[in-house]
Design a protein around this ligand. Structure first.
Ligand code: RB5
Length: 144
């Protein structure tokens, strides 16, 4: 189960992502927003990230105009490791090395085709589980 959320800058891409998830029968919850009316990305990031840390979902996707605001806000939430990705390699590596639990995307930066490839790589890659990466993640979490 994944949760998805966006602000107005990410609304259009969020609609394309939810259509893709439905087509692929990937279970998700849409935490909005539900129109392109202006909304504040920290509000949505917090709601979505709370669902991850509460265990309501395992992973989440956040979209704003650049993905930057969402990723900054998400990474303030204890337990969240949010990766802003604009390429497939990073999406794969952040799962393998960082065990990221939130993916941030820039709705005004990438198009649907690349976005779908990034999501497929991110959802389809497991954390490597290697000791050195576990240690580094532990160190990151100890900064919280
Ligand atoms: C909204 O205009 C825009 O600032 C927001 O979507 C995001 O890109 C912020 O980082």
């Amino acid at each position: 189960m994944i949760v998805i959320g966006c602000d107005h800058g990410g609304y259009e891409l969020k609609e394309e992502i939810t259509a893709y998830l439905k087509e692929k029968n990937i279970e998700f919850k849409d935490f909005g927003i539900y129109s392109a009316e202006p909304a504040d990305y920290p509000d949505i990031a917090l709601r979505v990230c709370e669902a991850v840390v509460n265990g309501e979902c395992e992973k989440a996707i956040l979209i704003c105009g650049t993905g930057i605001g969402m990723s900054i806000a998400a990474n303030k939430v204890k337990g969240i490791r949010c990766a802003l990705c604009g390429d497939v390699y990073s999406a794969k590596m952040t799962r393998l090395h960082n065990d990221s639990n939130v993916l941030a995307l820039g709705g005004r930066v990438i198009g649907k085709g690349l976005c779908v490839e990034i999501i497929e790589a991110w959802l389809g890659t497991e954390f490597s589980g290697e000791e050195r990466h576990i240690n580094r993640i532990r160190k990151v979490m100890s900064i919280e």
